[in-house]
Design a binder for this molecule. Structure first.
Ligand SMILES: O=C(O)C(=O)Cc1ccccc1
Length: 510
């Protein structure tokens, strides 16, 4: 595979009538596809496109026998870790994203996906080889629900979020220096929620003849549902859930991922419920994450484009079973998730498209566990010359931080110097650490971390209700990501107002 500037695409379109033309989504995580034409070797020559074009931005992906694959296939394959088990939204984005030779692997939590990527890198190091570029794919924000808090905590890094040494699923240790997340790409995808259940659940929900329809949902009487499992973003942001879960007084349960909810719903096939409170919590206590084993499902993209899905591990083995969730023989448990989860788990789609809005989207970030991996990714995926975005991180001890001077310094420095590219501040998010569990997590195991934590708490005590916070500042520029990176680093060094700001990643956008 090789890359051409986008304007060559129209010439190729005219000239190569034996080539099938495909429009590839420009903001696919496969970064070169963002603005460049891609030529892919394909034995069928048929149009292949699983993701459509977006808002008129097009890059062309041409398939033909006649074209030799010129993207360096000697480049290391990507290994993309995602929040599992297979069938999550993140999984489906990972599948869209990976190509020949790349693989997607399931992790139990969002944080674990980064730790797994870090330990895959360490494992290679240990074997004195470089076989893969391990990355974590993380949902960052949903247009209806908002920010994904576990992703934010993970991006802040182990120093601020918990343990400073972590163990990947492969048992490999990743040290703090190996876990320093760097964002390398992003993708935004529409969310299509489906209501999923077992065949038994479907049979129990079927309306009996003569029963007055309570709502217009096919022949199913959803008022008979007793429990609904999903990730908080689906449980709390749906009018559907409000109507059928809350109004009918059935309980919503928050689980670590939508596919985990589906798996638990699938396992409720007998009157005796088999899942435990360690796997899911009533949604009133959102946000909570089940720290369950999510299976070691691995998808390896084959030339045919199909994925091999690995077997899922037994959920009950990974958790710390406490007490079973109360259930009786009339239990009807459903889940909200992807239609792919129904396929993975042999569940029935009880209702599709239950999202509030069709323009509901989730934005995902592709994250390298450290700068070395980010460099390996970038060298295999040349960045285009224009259009980039960066995420900056600022940790403060209070919420009275002078954002005006911070943001002002970011822009003023840039705009007042002709040799620097204008930078536009796109958005600012904040993750607060109120005195509580998260602040306690700041008490790391090293002296430095304990000092950090206690200085936060002292500052809080002095300032009354002030919370230590981390700000995520996203900036955009028309220049290349390499140039923006250079510019930002220089600005951070030059401005006193920007002390303490760290660049969490610079990547291309179309
Ligand atoms: O649970 C899932 O299916 C996920 O992929 C996680 C997630 C969390 C928030 C928004 C989108 C996806």
């Amino acid at each position: 595979m090789f890359f051409l500037p986008a304007h060559y695409a129209s010439h190729l379109r005219d000239a190569a009538d034996h080539l099938a033309l495909v429009v590839d989504r420009p903001h696919s995580l496969r970064s070169p596809a963002l603005t460049n034409a891609r030529l892919l070797k394909d034995s069928t020559g048929s149009v292949k496109n699983s993701v459509g074009p977006k808002k008129g931005e097009e890059s062309l992906c041409l398939h033909s026998d006649a074209v030799t694959s010129a993207v360096p296939r000697d480049a290391m394959p990507l290994q993309v870790y995602y929040l599992g088990p297979p069938g999550t939204y993140t999984h489906s984005i990972a599948l869209h994203f990976i190509q020949d030779g790349d693989s997607a692997r399931s992790s139990s939590t969002i944080r674990q996906s980064l730790e797994d990527a870090a330990s895959a890198w360490c494992e290679d190091e240990y074997r004195h080889q470089r076989s893969v570029v391990p990355l974590a794919l993380m949902p960052y924000e949903n247009s209806t629900y908002g920010l994904v808090l576990d992703t934010q905590s993970t991006l802040i890094g182990p120093r601020h979020g918990g343990a400073n040494v972590s163990l990947g699923s492969n048992g490999q240790l990743a040290s703090p220096s190996e876990l320093s997340p760097v964002v390398v790409a992003e993708a935004t995808r529409a969310v299509r929620h489906a209501l999923l259940g077992s065949r038994r659940a479907r049979d129990r929900l079927r309306r009996k003849d003569g029963l007055q329809a309570l709502h217009d949902l096919e022949e199913l009487d959803l008022s008979r549902v007793t429990k609904c499992l999903s990730r908080p973003f689906a449980l709390t942001a749906l009018y559907f859930v409000e109507c059928f879960v809350t109004a009918n007084a059935f309980q919503g349960f928050s689980v670590a991922s939508t596919a985990l909810g589906a798996r638990l719903a699938a396992s409720t096939t007998s009157s005796q419920n088999t899942w435990s409170t360690s796997a899911c919590r009533p949604s009133s206590s959102i946000p909570l994450s089940a720290q369950h084993a999510a299976g070691n499902g691995e998808d390896t993209r084959r030339r045919s484009g199909h994925a091999n899905v690995g077997a899922a591990s037994d959920l009950q083995n990974g958790g710390h079973a406490t007490r079973p969730i109360e259930s009786d023989k009339d239990e009807v448990v459903v889940a909200i998730g992807t239609e792919q989860a129904a396929e993975e788990l042999d569940l029935v789609v009880l209702q599709r498209n239950i999202q509030d809005r069709d323009d509901n989207e989730t934005r995902f970030l592709l994250v390298a566990p450290n700068e070395q991996v980010a460099r390996a990714y970038r060298s295999a995926h040349p960045q285009p010359l224009e259009g980039s975005r960066a995420m900056l991180l600022l940790r403060t001890d209070s919420h009275s931080t002078n954002l005006t001077s911070l943001l002002g310094a970011l822009c003023a420095t840039a705009n007042s110097r002709p040799d620097q590219a204008p930078v536009r501040i796109r958005k600012v998010d904040r993750k607060a650490f109120p005195l509580g569990d998260e602040t306690r997590a700041l008490r790391g195991s090293t002296e430095e971390e304990r000092d950090d934590a206690s200085s936060c708490e002292t500052a809080q005590a002095k300032q009354g209700s002030a919370w230590p916070s981390v700000y995520f500042v996203e900036v955009e520029s028309a220049v290349s990501s390499a140039r923006l990176d250079d510019d930002l680093q220089r600005r951070l060094k030059a401005s006193h107002d920007l002390q303490g700001v760290r660049v969490l990643g610079v990547w291309q956008v179309s």
